[in-house]
Design a protein around this ligand. Structure first.
Ligand SMILES: [Zn+2]
Length: 63
């Protein structure tokens, strides 16, 4: 059942579609594959979604 719990905590990168699981409670995390940093929102303690990119990183040339 750990598999199911983990999947709910994963997000999918909107840039490269890599799935990754942010540590619980963090509000931003960079995709491990392409390096784009995403803002995260937690609808519950174990359900997370991407809100959007961290624009300051985008402007500085991360994309
Ligand atoms: Zn990515």
């Amino acid at each position: 059942m750990a598999e199911r719990d983990t999947r709910k905590r994963q997000v999918r990168c909107l840039n490269c579609f890599e799935r990754f699981a942010p540590p619980k409670g963090v509000d931003r995390m960079a995709c491990p594959k392409c390096g784009i940093e995403w803002r995260l929102t937690w609808s519950s303690s174990d359900s997370v979604k991407i809100r959007g990119p961290v624009w300051s990183k985008v402007k500085s040339g991360a994309i």
